[in-house]
Design a protein around this ligand. Sequence first.
Ligand code: PMP
Length: 360
Amino acid sequence: MQAKQVLKGMTPYTPGKQIEDVKKEFGLTKIVKLASNENPYGYSGKVKEAIPTMIDHLEIYPDGYAAQLRDKLATTLGVDEKQLVFGCGSDEIIDFICRSYLEKGTNTVMATPTFPQYKHNALIQGADIVEVPLLESGYHDLEAMLEKVNKQTRVVWLCSPNNPTGSLISCEQLVHFLDTCPSDVLVVLDEAYYEYIEREKDPDSISLVSTYNNLVVLRTFSKAYGLANLRVGYGVASEEVATYLNITRGPFNTTSISQLSASIALDDEAFIQHSYEENVKNKQTFMDECKALGLDYYDSEGNFLFVKLPTSGDALFEYLMTKGFIVRSGEALGHPNGVRITIGSAEQMKELAAHMKEFL
Ligand code: PMP
């Protein structure tokens, strides 16, 4: 048996610490997980109410085309339904992109550090990876990324807000990037944290899709919508790009329960507004606390903050775990000196800041 040569140097995804493991390891009963940028307020009560009514007919395959969700989302976003692709999380759409556009002899350009699945999936396809370090400020070095684009480049990845720094790419920057980048290179704009972007800074990226045939915008129901466990993400692109991604998609990749829940969640604007407002408020308070502790951080438009430390983030990560808080060490994110912390509820963040003070 010969697996692809490229897999020999790779490892499967290693998740962060799990709640049950930390409970057992430290004899704790209460754990606060602020490691995966999940929504501390859960998900829409309307979805919770409807879930019990969705469990009939589990023996029947779902509608792989996700017609009802597709129709609703297309209307909400003001795009044609043929411009959408749904995935088992946006993770899966990242894989569709790599399988549709990358192969041996091609390359793909991305920032570093950024969301690691771009590199992981691109490597599996045998593409060369071109990584461009973020600027000192944590923002994408867009000019340097453009300079790296060459004849072999098929895909460029922009993550905004960027995981793990939280930095945003403005509408003006996006337009400049798209105007400069060759139009036969696919530009992926991963907006997994879109709903958390301050409203005045909304880059209105979906409106750019009608102008730029080579743009695909990725969003997800996993973050602000709080449905990470149901695994629904989507891509918005030109019909041509969406068609290629849909060819790569497996026939029944999202379940009926996921599709219906996402559809109900879309209607609950009050839940998103609440999550947004709490995040803005609690992030500001937490930033103030960090400042008071003498800690610096990157500007973040997401529901997380990357707090910089003079040394590896592992020690703070380990300490907080003994106190029942799971955060993400920068060591695990390709940016060792710091920790990435999801913004939790006001109460959780207050307690966390107190533990950080003890540690320092
Ligand atoms: N993109 C980014 C930037 C992310 O942070 C994540 C989740 N960690 C994803 C995509 C994937 O999210 P999901 O598959 O749950 O939609």
